[in-house]
Design a protein around this ligand. Structure first.
Ligand SMILES: C[S@@+](CC[C@H](N)C(=O)[O-])C[C@H]1O[C@@H](n2cnc3c(N)ncnc32)[C@H](O)[C@@H]1O
Length: 260
């Protein structure tokens, strides 16, 4: 079952999640808690991107595919141990009910997967027509679900209660990169993790706040000096905060614009 209709009526008559026609990238979320996604997918830039059909999101609840009278989706682990494990049959049935687009990835949210990164988002945003995201709960999913899965993805080296938060992170990071989501394409070019450097510090008005001033160079109108200052700031903060990235940046081939 496509649960996207449950997410409508937040801010408009037509739910952004219903806006599926002509969408270049289709997300299918396999989740026991479709309501989890209502606000994040209706808000801000992502809500607007979905309204503009830049992508579409569909939610399918494995519970709708459980065949017993209690719609059971979990069971005790073989071999004993604490907690419950998500049963394979409802997950298989949910995924097998979906349309299959030509370039499709089936991604399991798991702390055991590859850690999310900007390059991963870039690949997923450009090379696929459909991303199926499986959100686990309890002690995780039955290992046999791996036969459906093409990729395992982690939000980081920690354990959450559910896969919905990582799935939302992935959707947000990918939709943000799709053409038309962010007003000025340039803002995607100059930000953290582009060319292995963190972003430079940003300031807005007022020029003076509680005794802290905006650096003079940013008020100078000298675009060359501003660009040079920003690049220098990027290099310094990356060196201080992320020596791993800094080392990678040092080793990467440089264009003249990469030097302060
Ligand atoms: C409590 S966790 C299960 C953790 C599992 N027993 C383990 O230690 O690998 C329940 C579900 O939350 C999701 N999850 C938790 N932490 C995650 C992370 N860091 N990245 C991606 N998904 C995560 C997964 O979908 C997982 O199946």
């Amino acid at each position: 079952m496509d649960s996207s209709a449950q997410l409508s009526d937040q801010h408009s008559d037509i739910s952004p999640l219903d806006a599926i026609a002509h969408s270049p990238l289709r997300f299918d979320i396999i989740s026991l808690f479709p309501d989890f996604f209502t606000s994040p997918l209706n808000s801000g830039l992502i809500g607007r991107a979905l309204q503009k059909d830049i992508a579409s999101v569909h939610i399918t609840n494995p519970r709708d595919f459980a065949t017993d009278k209690h719609h059971k989706v979990d069971d005790i682990p073989y071999g004993g141990g604490v907690g419950m494990v998500m049963k394979p049959e409802p997950i298989f049935a949910a995924i097998e009910s979906l349309p299959v687009l030509p370039n499709r990835a089936v991604i399991l949210m798991t702390p055991q997967g590859e850690t999310m990164s900007q390059p991963m988002f870039q690949t997923l945003s450009t090379q696929y027509d459909q991303l199926v995201l499986i959100c686990g709960h309890y002690e995780g999913v039955d290992e046999r679900v791996s036969h459906l899965v093409t990729q395992e993805v982690s939000l980081g080296d920690f354990v959450l209660t559910c896969g919905e938060i990582p799935a939302l992170t992935l959707i947000n990071g990918i939709i943000r990169l799709l053409p038309g989501t962010v007003g000025k394409a340039d803002s995607l070019k100059y930000e953290s993790f582009q060319s292995d450097l963190l972003d430079y510090p940003q300031y807005t008005r007022p020029a003076e706040f509680r005794g802290w001033s905006v650096p003079d160079v940013l008020k100078s109108g000298d675009h060359g000096a501003i660009a040079q200052w920003r690049k220098q700031q990027q290099i310094e903060r990356t060196q201080q905060r992320r020596p791993d990235l800094y080392q990678r940046w040092q080793q990467s081939p440089k264009s003249p614009a990469d030097h302060p």
